[in-house]
Write a protein that binds this ligand. Sequence first.
Ligand SMILES: Nc1ncnc2c1ncn2[C@@H]1O[C@H](COP(=O)(O)OP(=O)(O)OP(=O)(O)O)[C@@H](O)[C@H]1O
Ligand SMILES: [Mg+2]
Length: 374
Amino acid sequence: MYQPNHHDFQTLIEAMPICTILHDAQSKDILWANTAALSALGFTLEELIPLKAPDMTRDAPKYKRSIGLRWLERAARSGQRTIEWCYRSKAGVEILSEAVATLVHLDGRDVLMVQFRDISREDKVKRDLIHAEEARRVSEQQLEYLARYNAMGEMAVAIAHELSQPLAATRNFIEGALIRLGDTHSADQGVHWGLQSAVRQVEHASTIIKSVRDYVVKLEQSAERVDLNELLHETQYFISLRAEPSQVRLEITPSAEPLMVHCERVLIGQVILNLAFNGIEEMSGLPVERRVLRLRACRDDGVARLSVEDCGRGIQAVAQEKIFDGFFSSKVGGNGIGLALCKNIIGRHHGDIWAQNLEPCGAVFSFSLPLVGV
Ligand SMILES: Nc1ncnc2c1ncn2[C@@H]1O[C@H](COP(=O)(O)OP(=O)(O)OP(=O)(O)O)[C@@H](O)[C@H]1O
Ligand SMILES: [Mg+2]
């Protein structure tokens, strides 16, 4: 039976691909290293022996000399200890390693045999896996959002379809009632006004519904050339219906020149309404004299810009990133859909939408649309 002799053991250790360094268990000084360790680190044995741990480790706190010494100390006490350690070669290359220190008794003294192997490739694979997992999670979230968004679109079409009939009937009934009232001399002017307003609301609802259907089917079908100032003017009535009960004063500033854009007018109108309604809601807690909502249209570097400015608390820091992404609302009973819809509508019109906080208070929400030739 073959019995390796002393010389054979040395040959075996020298031939082993695993890097091995021997440290004195007491002083932790390096005593010896095998060929694999010397070639991995690029030092000769004479160069390596006087080196101390900090010369071989990178500056990360995780690889501090004191931590390395503690690891060796524990190994000396318990017999064996493993650590993730970073060696540095003579050329300055960092070698992320898994290192095992084992206490052995050699030549009448306690020695720590450290065996280490390069795990930088495994570490990269691990990091790549973590990144891939993170990317998968984000894309899953986006997919879920898109699915919900898509479902919303389908629901909108279904609702648009279902509502158009009763709305048309309501309008007919109200108009019929108006005609009858017109015949009666005693008709109350207030009743007349109320019914006419109701007809306008129903007409507006019908136009929104029609445009939602048109929009979902194909944007181009219903897009037209519109002056943004005109749109601002059209929405003013609906904004005032909300502003008045909330005691919000409106300041509307159209531009001096026409701002011709190519758009689906009712949808861009909805964007203006959503922004204005948010501003009005935002100021509900302010003293009455400070409740002012400013809407401005202007030409700005080749685009038409519309901004809606309020004097509220401004956008909260936690909300900054997510307000346009949908399903974020800081309001009791808010859906968090208004701004996401605005972003979608403006995006499909090749425009931009953004928000800024104002000093000392308030926020301004703006959108821009490409100008088209008059
Ligand atoms: N003018 C504003 N000032 C401060 N924060 C605002 C303003 N407008 C919007 N926000 C913030 O953005 C969030 C999202 O607004 P968004 O219009 O999308 O949803 P919502 O108003 O909460 O609900 P809804 O879908 O019914 O409109 C709001 O809940 C609020 O936190
Ligand atoms: Mg809103």
